[in-house]
Design a protein around this ligand. Structure first.
Ligand code: SAH
Length: 261
């Protein structure tokens, strides 16, 4: 079969190492889940290790040439092969309100957006496994107090336990990317509903990290907090020191402070 020509603008780096492909798919226990969505399957190096007969695997791929290749190579999957952009695709149109898990060796240029979209659909996504640029995978799994800890780490870890699984070198891809890659898994927490106003929390996290060297008092100025609330020592902190739970407490304080002011 004629192979797909790698297109740079689609972030195509095809994995050639079958052992690594298998190892990635083994991070996902398919038996436990009814539906699996693979994002960006390309020529299907991961797809071949996913269960084909039960109709539980769905593929979404933006590249028409890869789509033709996949339909030809995996005819059993044809009804579930979607040609489209994951970031724009309406997931409800396929999954309704049912749960599904995500797997993929992602296009690195949109990998953080893939995570943000998965977070938006967290009610339906109990598990997520994927290959990223190593830096990004590390950042997602990072603990508070470190340089790489940021918006993506806080927001992901509010809902998921993030585990950095293993590193993959550039040589096993064609063409090889300029960076190392890293595989991570996200397992949704048992209790993932937050005990605060979620919208406000997201806003506070984003505002805080936009100026990560500044204290919260400074970064959150435009929220016009009441003076007595601003005296609270939590506002002396910089965002990188705060865990997800700290951000929840901060959000609660801000909500309460506003109500009583
Ligand atoms: N999983 C394959 C390919 C990885 S390269 C492998 O491991 O070899 C990333 C893949 O994501 C490419 O096939 C690319 O066409 C696809 N892709 C890029 N942008 C996408 C998008 N917005 N939605 C879905 N797929 C996308």
């Amino acid at each position: 079969m004629k192979t797909v020509k790698a297109k740079k603008k689609l972030g195509q780096h095809f994995l050639n190492d079958l052992n690594i492909a298998k190892k990635i798919t083994e991070t996902l226990q398919f038996e436990t889940y009814t539906k699996v969505l693979e994002i960006g399957p390309g020529m299907g190096v991961l797809t071949q290790y996913l269960p084909h007969k039960t109709g539980k695997v769905y593929l979404i791929e933006i590249d028409r040439e890869s789509i033709a290749y996949l339909k030809n190579k995996y005819p059993l999957l044809e009804p579930n092969i979607i040609e489209g952009d994951f970031l724009k695709f309406n997931l409800k149109s396929v999954f309704g309100d049912s749960p599904f898990v995500i797997i993929g060796n992602f296009p690195y240029n949109i990998s953080t957006q893939i995570v943000f979209k998965a977070l938006e659909h967290r009610n339906q996504i109990p598990f997520f496994s994927g290959m990223f640029q190593k830096e990004v995978a590390e950042r997602i799994c990072e603990a508070p107090g470190t340089k790489k800890y940021g918006i993506l780490s806080v927001l992901t870890q509010l809902f998921y336990t993030a585990t950095y699984e293993f590193t993959v070198p550039p040589e096993v891809f064609s063409p090889p990317p300029k960076v190392d890659s890293g595989v991570l898994t996200l397992k949704r927490k048992e209790n993932y509903s937050l005990d605060c106003n979620e919208k406000l929390l997201f806003k506070i996290v984003k505002m805080s990290f936009q100026q990560r060297r500044k204290t919260l008092r400074n970064s959150l100025k435009t929220l016009q907090l009441p003076i007595n609330l601003k005296e609270d020592s939590i506002f002396d902190m910089r965002p990188e020191k705060l865990s997800g739970d700290d951000f929840i407490r901060l959000t609660q304080k801000i909500e309460d402070g506003k109500i009583s002011s």
